[in-house]
Ligand binder design. Structure first.
Ligand code: SF4
Length: 221
């Protein structure tokens, strides 16, 4: 091997090592972010739970001693309040997000028949930018990646696309194991993507890199 070839080989080796190190560093950072997020939530939840429990037990004891409430009435009201609070907790991401209901994705056979290949230049494959929670089935398979910082939401790239979508071809790299929402989603009436599906008029916002955020901020007005 000539000196130039040896140098080229060594440079290539160095580049490979640097890329591998960078990948490990990115992975380590993701895990650290995920753990940090988990610890913060756990700590915050524990503090709130302790505070709430002390307050409630004190209140119930006082009310019960004064014959102002019955256990039956308390249980019934508790069921109603839980329903109300559950939604708020989910919005605040205080719990783990999982698909609900949990369905067997391999039994699902009602996938919408859409000519995606003739439309991706218009819709920008925006269906692959939609966030969703995975199922226990997905987690057990260990094929689909979830966002370590927001368990168990699908992992998305910085550009908002699912990590399993090929950047060049837009093809799904885990098609056979793709999650239930990918199988069941139907874009035809989703105005975030199509203003008029039949006439192939996309929502102009799909051109934006912050498409989903833009849509949700503007529809909230
Ligand atoms: S948004 Fe609709 S048309 Fe476009 S790739 Fe997704 S499913 Fe196909």
């Amino acid at each position: 091997m000539s000196q130039a070839s040896t140098q080229k080989y060594e440079d290539a080796q160095t580049e490979t090592i640097t890329t591998t190190q960078q990948r490990w560093e990115d992975l380590r950072q993701q895990i650290a972010d995920g753990l940090h997020s988990t610890h913060c939530r756990a700590n915050s939840n524990t503090t709130k739970t302790l505070e709430t429990a002390s307050f409630l037990y004190a209140l119930i004891e006082l009310l019960s001693e004064s014959d102002l409430i019955s256990v039956e009435a308390l249980d019934e009201r508790k069921r109603q309040v839980i329903k109300r609070l559950k939604r708020r907790y989910e919005d605040d991401r205080m719990g783990v997000l999982l698909q609900n209901p949990q369905l067997d994705k391999y039994s699902f056979d009602r996938t919408a028949q859409i000519d995606c290949e003739n439309r991706v230049h218009l819709c920008k494959t925006s269906c692959c930018r939609l966030p969703f929670a995975l199922s226990e089935q997905d987690l057990e398979e260990r094929v689909v990646h979830w966002n370590l910082a927001i368990p168990y939401m699908i992992e998305q790239r910085e550009d908002g696309y699912c990590v399993h979508v090929d950047k060049c071809t837009q093809a799904c790299s885990i098609y056979e194991q793709r999650p239930m929402p990918c199988r069941g989603y139907d874009c035809r009436n989703d105005k975030r993507i199509w203003l008029d599906f039949e006439n192939r008029i996309p929502n102009p916002a799909v051109e934006r890199s912050d498409w989903l955020q833009f849509i949700s901020e503007n529809s909230a007005e």
